[in-house]
Write a protein that binds this ligand. Structure first.
Ligand code: SAM
Length: 303
């Protein structure tokens, strides 16, 4: 392996390594959740963090490792899969990177954060350019144990933070598949007005919040012609990606809504290829968020 150049590396989520392995070409090795590839970096949906143009460096000692990292840039995040103690000692000699949970709403961390790992006792792999601003792609937020009825709001926090765009006070949001109400809770807290549509009811404490209206039924029956203007369309509906795409397409074509966050859910052994349809919508991003399960998140703002 030493003679073949590592051109990219992908850190995946522990439970979703298989779809990531299917996306990445030229796999040389897999260390824990880190896939090393001989091919240039691609925008792999299932990666938590993509290491671009990593380089392998020989180090003589712990001090030398820290010195070489600091010579490249200031902020580094360790991904440790072996030789943990030695790796930790190197990391401790580097400038401290805050691991404090983020307080929503907030911007993503702005300082350039590189990633590194210890490949061997005397060899490190370093990437100064990584796709995620969060350490190892982990977007960790301060949690609210009282307000929301489920932890689903964390994926909405993460998507909005990545978009660097938030519902504003008074904005009108459609919350498709909103039960029990984690997303509705987060939108309402930002001051938005929420129409939550689900076959199942919202948690009573969400139902009674001001500016939250619940409608029982099929979310896909909602049509743009029923509304004058919608500021945000959110969907966390459990459905086939094709069905979701057809529905959101009618909204995009109508021009009545500018901002979209939808989870694309998968069951069994799905064809992930269909996801590219969502990306074809100009101004779209698709990613496996840290808080996603077997699903991807489509984020879109019309220009
Ligand atoms: C993952 S849960 C949503 C969690 C929610 N976002 C939250 O924050 O609490 C998915 C929801 O989709 C709803 N659902 C599935 N098919 C639906 C449909 N066609 N119309 C409306 N809701 C649907 C289910 O009843 C379920 O409550």
């Amino acid at each position: 392996m030493a003679s073949i150049k590592i051109c990219s590396a992908y850190l995946g989520a522990k439970e979703y390594m298989e779809p990531l392995k299917n996306e990445v070409g030229g796999i040389l090795d897999i260390h824990g959740q880190l896939i090393l590839s001989s091919a240039p970096a691609i925008e792999a949906f299932w990666a938590l963090n993509i290491w671009q143009n990593p380089i392998a460096l020989e180090i003589d000692s712990i001090n030398d490792g820290a010195k070489k990292l600091k010579a490249i840039q200031c902020n580094w995040c360790l991904y440790s899969y072996q030789l943990h103690r030695r790796a930790k000692l190197i990391q401790e000699k580097l400038p401290h990177v805050s691991a404090k949970p983020l307080t929503f709403p907030c911007s993503p961390p702005s300082s350039q954060l590189g990633s590194w790992t210890l490949l061997e006792q005397n060899q490190i792999l370093v990437a100064s350019q990584c796709s995620s601003p969060f350490p190892n792609g982990e977007a960790v937020f301060e949690e609210d144990k009282e307000g929301p009825p489920s932890r689903a709001y964390l994926k909405l926090y993460e998507a909005l933070t990545r978009m660097e765009r938030f519902p504003q006070p008074g904005d009108f949001c459609i919350d498709a598949g909103g039960s029990p109400g984690g997303w509705a809770w987060a939108m309402q807290k930002l001051g938005a007005r929420v129409l939550s549509v689900d076959r199942s009811p919202l948690d009573p404490k969400i139902m009674s919040l001001p500016n939250v209206v619940y409608r029982k039924g099929d979310a896909f029956a909602l049509q743009p012609s029923d509304f004058d203007q919608v500021d945000w369309l959110f969907s966390d509906v459990i459905s086939y990606p094709e069905k979701l795409f057809d529905w959101v397409s009618t909204w995009i074509d109508s021009g009545k809504c500018k901002n979209f966050i939808c989870t694309i859910k998968f069951q069994g052994n799905p064809d992930y290829g269909f996801v590219s349809k969502f990306l074809e919508v100009e101004g779209s991003k698709v990613a496996h968020l840290y808080h996603n399960k077997h699903e991807l998140t489509w984020m879109h703002t019309a220009g």
